[in-house]
Ligand binder design. Structure first.
Ligand SMILES: NC(=O)c1ccc[n+]([C@@H]2O[C@H](COP(=O)([O-])OP(=O)(O)OC[C@H]3O[C@@H](n4cnc5c(N)ncnc54)[C@H](OP(=O)(O)O)[C@@H]3O)[C@@H](O)[C@H]2O)c1
Length: 324
């Protein structure tokens, strides 16, 4: 099958469109014919091997898995032993650690759910990483409740565009933070207020937010805490995958739990889990019309390197998708 693969870490030049073996499937797995795959900063991390700490998981000297990509939407081509609820021909979405920028991917049923019928394959491929991370940030990290004031930093990006819609559905008063060109988009997603970070800093209105979900920008913890109420919750979802060094900008995630011991504010990092149950919950939100993926650009499989270069510029408006 055709796939985007790499033998060494590096910039998008290391990616090759080439023939690789179709993945084999074991018990509890299905073979999915990939129709679309999501591009997210995690793909950039796997490609570059940066921050360097990521190589502990993905391979010290070279990538353990040659095929890139993690989120997918497609059609089940075959099912392995012990798979009962999924049949060939089913339209599904989910994640595969063995690569999705490819014609076929092996997916565990624990990371898979039925594709919401309302969505195209391109829209569905936006959900399994970015939608799930947004849901977990709002529901588990922020424990957002109706009537709370919630700030979402990076509101126009892959995760943020979902997080704004989900926080609104949870009944929050939402303030999105983005650059000037994205203000209208963030309002159209339902944000009650928007802060253009090129003009104002996030603490411009004082300590008024019950929950801040920091997805982008790597702001220092003291600045974030200045915008939080005294008993507010800060969720560090992202920011800093490209900040360099051993840990990139993720030292904030390490410091936050320690600082929480000495303050009435709750500061926590978020590590998303890729599970069928979140995909099913998002499917319900999508089918009800509460959440709709925002697609910025789509690229054909052969042009995946351009998709990653565009994402790496750091300013997508919604999701970047590869079609297969
Ligand atoms: N915790 C987890 O489990 C988990 C899971 C997945 C991803 N992540 C991390 O989450 C982060 C964001 O992922 P993503 O998919 O949303 O990325 P993305 O699609 O590339 O979006 C990033 C957004 O950040 C905005 N931005 C850039 N600089 C900013 C600044 N100074 N202040 C506010 N916003 C700024 C950009 O919009 P503007 O044009 O408006 O600047 C862009 O829309 C990454 O660091 C990723 O590694 C974490």
């Amino acid at each position: 099958m055709k796939a985007i693969a790499q033998d060494v870490y590096g910039s998008a030049e290391v990616l090759q469109l080439r023939d690789v073996d179709e993945p084999s499937i074991g018990a509890g797995q299905v073979l999915v014919q990939v129709r679309a795959a999501g591009v997210d900063p995690g793909v950039w991390v796997c490609m570059t091997g940066r921050p360097y700490a990521a190589r502990l998981a993905f391979g010290l000297r070279r990538p353990k898995v040659a095929v890139l990509g993690r989120a997918l939407a497609g059609v089940v081509a075959a099912v392995g032993p012990d798979v009962r609820d999924v049949q060939p021909g089913d339209e599904v979405y989910g994640t595969s650690p063995s690569g999705t920028f490819a014609e076929y991917a092996a997916v565990s049923v624990q990371r898979l759910a039925a594709k919401p019928p309302r969505l195209s394959f391109e829209q569905a491929a936006a959900v399994p990483i970015s939608g799930v991370t947004a849901l977990e940030s709002v529901r588990d990290g922020g424990r957002v409740k109706a009537g709370q004031r919630v700030m979402i930093i990076g509101a126009a990006g892959g995760i943020g565009s979902f997080a704004v819609q989900i926080a609104k559905e949870f009944g929050a008063h939402v303030t999105g933070v983005c650059s000037t060109g994205k203000v209208d988009l963030v309002r159209s997603l339902g944000a009650d207020e928007v802060i253009d970070y090129t003009r104002d800093e996030i603490d411009r209105d004082g300590p008024r937010y019950d929950v801040i979900i920091d997805i982008a920008g790597c702001r220092p913890l003291p600045l974030l805490r200045r915008a939080l109420t005294p008993r507010g919750t800060l969720v560090l979802t992202g920011g800093g995958h490209d900040a360099g060094g051993l840990l990139g900008g993720y030292t904030r995630q390490l410091r936050a739990p320690l600082m929480t011991l000495f303050t009435s504010q709750h500061l926590r990092g978020l590590a998303s889990r890729e599970r069928a149950q979140e995909l099913e919950e998002l499917g319900r939100l999508i089918e009800s019309g509460a959440v709709t993926p925002v697609i910025d650009r789509t690229y054909p499989l052969a042009d995946t390197s351009s998709a990653i270069r565009y994402l790496a510029e750091g300013h997508p408006a919604g999701k970047v998708i590869v079609t297969v």
